[in-house]
Each structure stands twice: as C-alpha cells, then as structure tokens.
Design a protein around this ligand. Sequence first.
Ligand code: COA
Length: 329
Amino acid sequence: MNTHFILRGFGRYAPERVMTNADLEKIVDTSDEWITTRTGIKERHIAADDQAASDMAYEAAKVALADAGMDASELTHIVCGTFTPDAMVPSTACRIQEKFGIKGQACVDIAAACSGFVYALETARGYIALNPDSKVLVVTSEVISRRMNWEDRTTCVLFGDAAGAAIVTAGEPGEGPEIKDIRLAADGSLGDLLTVNGGGSRYAYKLGETVGEEFFVQFQGREVFKHAVRNMCGICETVLKDNGMVKADVDVLIPHQANWRIIDAVGRKLEIPAERVFSNVDRYGNTSAASVPVALSEALDTEFVKKGDTVLIPTFGGGFTWAAALIQF
Ligand code: COA
C-alpha cells in the first residue's frame, strides 16, 4: 500500500461575540494580569445562545469545501471531533450532513477531547486506506462555553468556542499538503484529572434534577500541564524518529492551543525556535478539538506556513489522549 493522504482545503469559524479578560473581571475574581501571565490568553469567542456545535462546524466546513473546490455532495464521510456535541444522539456529524442537505455519507463523531482533530485525521486516513475513492470531511467544533462553570475562575478563563475543518482525499505527492504520518496515544488511568462527567451514564440526571458542578469542565491544572508537556514532546520525538527525521527538520510547530506556557514549554523542549512556533491562543483561548484546524488555517492565511514546510502538530487532551501529525506542505 502506498497511498498519499492529501489535505485539499481548510476552513475555520469563530462566533461573533468576543469576551475579553476585562469582561471576565466583571464575572469572577480574576484579572487580565493573572490570565495573561498564566495562560497568554487575552480574549476568546463565545457562541450565540442559539448556536450549537453543528452550526459552527457547518460554517467551517463550507469554507474548507470552497477552499478545496469541492461540493458537499462529493463527500463520502463526515468525521466530527467534539466533546460538546449537539446531543448524545444523533451525532453532530449527522447534523452537519443534514445541514448540507446531503445523504448517504458515513457520519461519525470522535470523542478524543483536545486531540480530536488529529484522531479524526487518522480516522480519515483509515477510510481512505480502505477505499482510495473516499473524500472525507474532517471537522471539529466546540461550544465549550456551555460546559463552563462561570462561577469557577480556575476553569472559565481558559476556554473559547470555535470550529475548524479540512478535506482529506487520496492523491499524488505534491498535489497539496500531505499527511506524512500520525501517531495516537492515550492513558485512560488518568481520565479523572480532566472531566465533564455530568449527563453521562455514570452521572446521569433524573427528571427535574438540576445540574451540579460535574456538568462542567473540571481539571487538576498542574497535573494536566505536566502530562501535556511531557506527552506532546514524547510523541513528537516518536513520530520524527519513525520517519527518519530530527527536530531540526521541522519548519513549523503548531501545538494544540491550550495555554501559551504549555506551547512555549513544548517548543523549547523540542528545540524549535520561538519564531517557528505558531500560536493564536491569545485570541481564542483553548478551543479543544477546534484549536488545531483553526490554527492551521490561520497559519496558512498569514503565510506562517509556506509551501514546502514540514509542520509538526502535537495535541493533548482529556482521556488523557495525545497525538502528533506530521504534514508536508
Ligand atoms: N484568576 C486569579 N487567580 C486564579 C485564577 C484566576 N482565573 N485561577 C486560579 N487562581 C489562583 C488559584 O486560586 C491559586 O491561588 P492560591 O495560591 O491562593 O491558592 C493561584 O491562582 C495559583 O493557582 P494554580 O492552579 O496553582 O496556578 P497555575 O500556575 O498552575 O496555573 C493553570 C493554572 C490552569 C493556568 C495551569 O495549571 C494550566 O494551564 N493547566 C492546564 C489546563 C488546561 O489547559 N487544561 C486543558 C488541557 S488540554
């Protein structure tokens, strides 16, 4: 098998409403200074009350399809990474399909938290490897504001809402950015360090019950931080080694945008100069599975990433899950 996996188009969407650190100062006991120095975040987008994950995914997907010069009817699969789906059933991928007015495609959601985009890319590679005619929409969308405890300053300042998308098909080398390799990993024994438990079958609510704190994102920040840096660096070294490459071969690093200190620490450990590490966390906060495609599409639009660049993308999220993608632009 010698299939080449080509990324045909990229798209991103962020809701209109912007919430600054100054806005947060009015809601919880925090400060722009604390948020900026601990996280690098200055503002984040917040979905409108009537916007769900599929609405934002649809917007990002339309841009990606236009960028690829494709019509939605050409798609064979829709893979949606999200931990804030429209509903338990139907899947958000099915809702996206419905919005496009198309039928018949395989539609599936991927639950890998902040690693969702790279996990979804690998799923796309699997479909294409099995059937080279596959044309896969990989889309990630998060409405994390709905799962934020707006009374908890330790979590609510960190996240934002957004969606990102890419189209993956088989192709010839040089036809477009090529996914050279992907590595996925997880450690379920550390799952309790980052959770959204409420509403699941273990923490179900009875009719009429009000939600508790477990309905929202909860985590042990320092532990998450430590594991994130260690595992993102480790999986990057693995994917480079397996492809006969060294750190100096990486032109651009686009890590999951959780926190500037995590991004900076990963860049330093991988010895990638700061000017080659992409970050937009200051304007989006942590948008979980959406962060990588939003960052990728901005990095392309601003020519931070250029044709010929080797781009390394490490991610880390709840589960714990982590992943790395190696893309040749
Ligand atoms: N504003 C002001 N003070 C805050 C605050 C806020 N928004 N949030 C926490 N604090 C306070 C704490 O109460 C604590 O006060 P204390 O010393 O009086 O107890 C102090 O700041 C330090 O808190 P701590 O949690 O130790 O800070 P930290 O340096 O570890 O930074 C995070 C906290 C959350 C920014 C950091 O741990 C982190 O980024 N973790 C990863 C989280 C993440 O991104 N998760 C998603 C993973 S993909």
